[in-house]
Design a protein around this ligand. Structure first.
Ligand SMILES: Nc1ncnc2c1ncn2[C@@H]1O[C@H](COP(=O)(O)OP(=O)(O)OP(=O)(O)O)[C@@H](O)[C@H]1O
Ligand SMILES: O=C(O)c1ccc[n+]([C@@H]2O[C@H](COP(=O)([O-])O)[C@@H](O)[C@H]2O)c1
Length: 195
């Protein structure tokens, strides 16, 4: 059975923290591929600033030439809030031969109990939680049905976030080396995140 990791996010814009997280999860669990899934409307945060086509284009260019990554636009094609349980259910109907893993940043693992229909989601996927090697995670507060389905992947801490990149652009500060040059070119060409 093929093992595919799913990394959902707003990717507004994609940056090297996302790409290293995907690569760390792929290596730690021996995934065949990682699919990046841009949300249409993230459930628990402000709505994206760049539109769906622009975010998709930035993702495509960021992973160009890497055969182990692809963009899956299932959430962009579905109206309404992008709940993970809906996405995973549709993907499993479409791809019954694949074993899916859902990748989450270290800051998000503790929020998993609040996700929509989390018990059903934990039956359908294994979670891969990124973890800083210098700060081993304490999962003791998580319900056992999540702990049983949680793998950990070490990743060096990267203090890069999309919101910091947007703030920097607004105030004319440098974003160099935080994200691929090809993504910076699209941001500059389209004048994204300037206001
Ligand atoms: N620097 C990073 N290191 C590890 N994981 C990250 C990092 N940035 C984001 N992630 C993870 O990637 C996924 C998608 O993140 P998202 O697209 O919301 O980016 P973000 O940079 O956190 O955005 P924002 O700053 O707008 O909240 C989430 O699971 C998040 O925890
Ligand atoms: O399904 C949920 O209840 C749920 C709650 C919070 C976040 N998620 C998903 O987790 C991914 C990262 O979320 P975010 O808020 O960092 O963009 C993204 O794919 C979201 O749709 C999903």
């Amino acid at each position: 059975m093929r093992k595919i990791g799913l990394l959902g996010g707003t990717f507004d814009p994609i940056h090297h923290g996302h790409l290293i997280a995907a690569e760390a999860a792929r290596e730690a669990v021996g995934l065949d591929e990682v699919w990046l899934i841009p949300t249409a409307a993230p459930p628990h945060k402000p709505q994206p600033s760049a539109n769906a086509d622009q975010r998709r284009l930035m993702l495509d260019t960021a992973i160009a030439g890497n055969p182990a990554m692809r963009v899956e636009d299932i959430e962009l094609r579905r109206a309404g809030s992008s709940y993970t349980i809906d996405t995973v259910t549709s993907l499993q109907e479409r791809e019954p031969e694949i074993m899916f893993y859902w990748i989450v940043g270290s800051d998000m693992v503790k929020d998993l109990p609040n996700w929509r229909r989390i018990e059903e989601l934990a039956e359908r996927v294994t979670f891969i939680g990124l973890e800083r090697p210098d700060q081993p995670s304490d999962d003791s507060r998580l319900p056992s049905f999540i702990r049983r389905k949680l793998l950990r992947a070490a990743m060096p801490p990267m203090g890069i976030s999309s919101s910091d990149i947007r703030r920097r652009l607004k105030s004319g500060r440098s974003i160099r080396y935080m994200l691929p040059d090809s993504v910076i070119e699209i941001i500059q060409r389209d004048g994204l995140y300037e206001s």
